[in-house]
Design a protein around this ligand. Structure first.
Ligand SMILES: [Ca+2]
Length: 356
């Protein structure tokens, strides 16, 4: 039994069966933290190359329309200072430079630490076989037909040997995909890269302000036109999730090279779709309600995490949706859509970009 199903069954044992969208948690992957701390001497010189200056401003953060998920409400006023943001998601080529310079080992390339993992599963859960704790990461595998969308184990597989160099497993590679966003990146990996590059991960407020591109209350980074109307504006999933991706946007259930679609008004590419992007904030489902009465200035999110779907697992915020988002299932290419993932978890649809 793969470790993924092991954890999924543990979740179900907790009674966490109310899983309705790709907002659902994915199993966390506690790893041994090895000697991959980035020393000060390895930190790269900060550069504004490939970045766009995002102006300061105030906006209403959250969903202004019906149909958002509960954690997108209420709307609340936020002010952010000007900052710089990568115009694209961090690519395989860029991440390779980081690894070459630092010998960094990503979370997916390390064995799972059972001592850490067992803190997140029911007491008394037996230790899985060592083979199941080997380096691995979560890979999307389409189903052969319609499935119950509550059960995400049907399209996510823990694949041994899957990592940023091998997005689909040991027999895959990133040759020819140098300009694609890097994937299988945990929050820890993204944070390490950002420090090396002299940058940081965006706050959730910065991310949403940047995605909106100064357009105010629109649904998507480009405005309000449906994501499914040609010409396509993002790499998402057309058809019947999770088994029939019609790929009308040209990319079938995989990443697209960065800059494959038009940028938003701030000059930022792929703020919707392609890969999920890590933010610096902890996730709390009730965070917006706690700050709705005040005007938040450069908010950095809550000090602690709480996800009612998995109360024992701290989560960081991810934003923007991915190539798997579809109106029938996820629709997280919306500006206000939020998701949460354990910081030690990488997936085949999760990457990041940096700010400074
Ligand atoms: Ca697509």
């Amino acid at each position: 039994m793969r470790i993924f199903f092991f954890i999924l069954l543990a979740n179900l044992a907790w009674g966490q069966k109310n899983l309705t969208t790709c907002h659902i948690p994915t199993p966390s992957k506690k790893k041994i933290i090895l000697s991959t701390q980035i020393s000060k001497t390895q930190v790269g010189n900060a550069s504004f190359a490939g970045m766009k200056q995002i102006p300061s401003g105030s906006f209403l953060m959250g969903s202004h329309e019906k149909g958002g998920r509960a954690d997108e409400y209420p709307l609340h006023k936020v002010q952010v200072s000007a900052f710089w943001m990568d115009e694209t998601e961090v690519t395989n080529a860029q991440f390779a430079e980081f690894v070459k310079a630092t010998d960094y080992i990503t979370t997916a390339e390390k064995a799972i630490d059972w001592e850490e993992m067992k803190k997140q599963v029911p007491a008394g859960t037996p230790k899985p076989a060592d083979s199941l704790l080997a380096p691995s990461s979560l890979v999307f595998v389409p189903t052969t037909g319609p499935v119950n969308l509550i059960d995400y184990s049907q399209w996510w597989e823990f694949v041994r040997g899957a990592d940023w160099r091998h997005p689909l497993g040991p027999n895959s590679s990133i040759i020819g995909k140098e300009n694609h966003p890097v994937v299988h990146i945990s929050w820890d990996d993204a944070n390490a890269y950002a420090k090396w590059a002299g940058k940081r991960l965006p706050t959730e407020a910065e991310w949403e302000w940047a995605a909106r591109g100064g357009k105010g209350q629109t649904t998507y980074p480009w405005g309000n036109e449906s994501v499914n109307v040609s010409p396509f504006k993002a790499n998402s999933f057309q058809g019947n999730f999770p088994y029939k991706d019609e790929a009308l946007d040209g990319f079938k259930s995989t990443t697209a090279p960065v800059k494959s679609f038009s940028p938003n008004a701030f000059g930022l590419y792929d703020m919707a779709g392609n890969v999920w992007e890590w933010c610096s904030d902890w996730y709390r489902s009730d965070y917006y309600s706690k700050v709705s009465k005040i005007k938040s200035i450069n908010p950095k999110g809550p000090s602690t995490s709480f996800d009612p779907d998995e109360p024992t697992v701290p989560k960081k915020v991810v934003r923007g949706g991915s190539f798997l988002c579809n109106d029938s299932y996820c629709s997280s290419y919306r500006n206000s859509a939020r998701m949460k993932t354990s910081p030690d978890t990488g997936l085949s649809h999760t990457g990041f970009r940096c700010v400074k």
